[in-house]
Structure formats: C-alpha cells, structure tokens
Design a protein around this ligand. Structure first.
Ligand SMILES: C[S@@+](CC[C@H](N)C(=O)[O-])C[C@H]1O[C@@H](n2cnc3c(N)ncnc32)[C@H](O)[C@@H]1O
Length: 209
C-alpha cells in the first residue's frame, strides 16, 4: 500500500482493525513470549496490546507509519519525543513507538530485540512486500527469540486487502528455518467480510525465530 492509504485511513478514522482492548490471543498465549523481553510490535497502530505487554513487564518497541496513531496511543500522558534521522520516537511507561516506515528501521535505531508480536501486521501488507517484511523482522530480532503471529485466511479473490489473506503454507515459506507451531484457529471475519458473506479463518502461530 502507498503510505497515503494508511494516512488517509487514520485521518478518516477508518480503523476498524483497532480492537480497543488487549487481543484475546495475546492474553491467552502472551506468556510464550517469556519475561522481561524487548518485544518488537511492527505496524503497531495504537493497539492496547502495547500497554498490555508493558504491564506484563516487557519493554515494548512499536513501529508505526502514521504519527496520529502514536499521538492517540499516548493521549493524556506526556511521552518523551525524540527525533531520529527518519523516525520520531514517542516513549512513556515502557512503550516506545517509532513513527516511520518499518522497512527503514535498523537495529541501531530500535536497539536489541528478543521477542516479536505480530497482530494485523503481516496481513496488512500486500504479497510482494511480505517476504521483505519477514526477512527484515528476522534481521532485527535475536535468533532463538519467541514470537506470536496472528493471521487471517479467506478467498483472496472475494475481497481486496488489507487485510490480506495469508495461509499457513505462506507463513512457513516466509519464515523458512524458523520453528513454527500453530496454536489455534477459529472463524474470524471483520465487518466488511460479514457484509460480503466471506468466511475467514484466524490462526495464531508460536515462532522461535
Ligand atoms: C491493520 S493495522 C494494525 C495495527 C495494530 N497492529 C493493531 O493490531 O491494531 C496496520 C498498521 O500498520 C501501519 N503501517 C502500514 N504500513 C506500514 C509501514 N510500512 N511501516 C510502519 N507501519 C505501517 C498502518 O498505519 C496501520 O496502523
């Protein structure tokens, strides 16, 4: 997607992906991320998951393209705002959100990372970007680190993404060499899918990167 697509979505308040509470699978499986980690949350939006992970004792490193999301996440607090070369970092209460493109983040910018939480990030990206995304995330996170990945699968021809359909074989291909265990699956439509009569399956995977 062009950056303008996401800026427009945020400006128009078209953020149906925002759950407004900790994700149920994060609550159920979050202990798999271990304790006291530095957790990368790519394409983080203003997810309550960031605060939830911090409450569990992790240092949370989100990356988000649209500054409005960081401003709304930290609304009512006084985050420290630091300008880096291509990114702006908002930080408070154990959560840092780096505003900018995930693909221009580096280990030097984000610091050491030893866990991954991906909800609605991989599936927000079109097919041609997903291999680059998975390779980039793997390069940022220490080998052997735990991760949680939540995906959605549906007949892609029935609807344009995002969210895009990503099946289990693609997860295995994108993360070849990573230990992957599927933890569960369940029906998981968003409102647009319900309106279009599309059936979808949500899956949660545990990764050892
Ligand atoms: C589907 S939303 C998911 C947000 C969050 N993970 C959640 O669960 O609510 C995808 C988010 O990724 C952001 N985004 C899209 N492309 C990005 C990129 N290249 N780098 C950083 N963020 C990006 C969008 O602005 C949007 O907030």
């Amino acid at each position: 997607m062009e950056p303008g697509f996401w800026h427009h979505r945020w400006a128009e308040g078209k953020i149906g992906f925002h759950e407004g509470q900790p994700n149920a699978r994060l609550v159920k499986y979050g202990a798999r991320l271990g304790a006291g980690r530095r957790v990368l949350v790519p394409l983080c939006g203003k997810a309550i998951d960031l605060a939830y992970l911090a409450e569990q004792g992790h240092a949370v490193i989100g990356v988000e393209l649209v500054e409005q999301a960081a401003q709304e996440f930290f609304a009512g607090t006084s985050p420290t705002i630091t300008r880096h070369a291509e990114h702006v970092e908002y930080a408070a209460g154990g959560v840092s959100i780096f505003v900018g493109d995930i693909f221009t983040t580096t280990a030097a910018l984000l610091g050491p990372l030893d866990a991954l939480y991906d909800r609605a990030a991989l599936i927000a990206l079109p097919p041609e970007l997903r291999p680059r995304y998975a390779a980039h995330v793997r390069a940022l996170i220490a080998p052997g680190s735990p991760g949680l990945l939540i995906t959605l699968e549906y007949p892609q021809a029935a609807m344009d993404g995002p969210p895009f359909s990503v099946g289990a074989p693609e997860v295995h291909a994108l993360y070849a060499g990573v230990t992957i265990a599927q933890l569960d699956e369940s029906p998981g439509q968003n409102q647009r899918m319900k309106d279009l009569g599309i059936e979808a399956t949500e899956r949660c995977f545990a990764l050892t990167l």
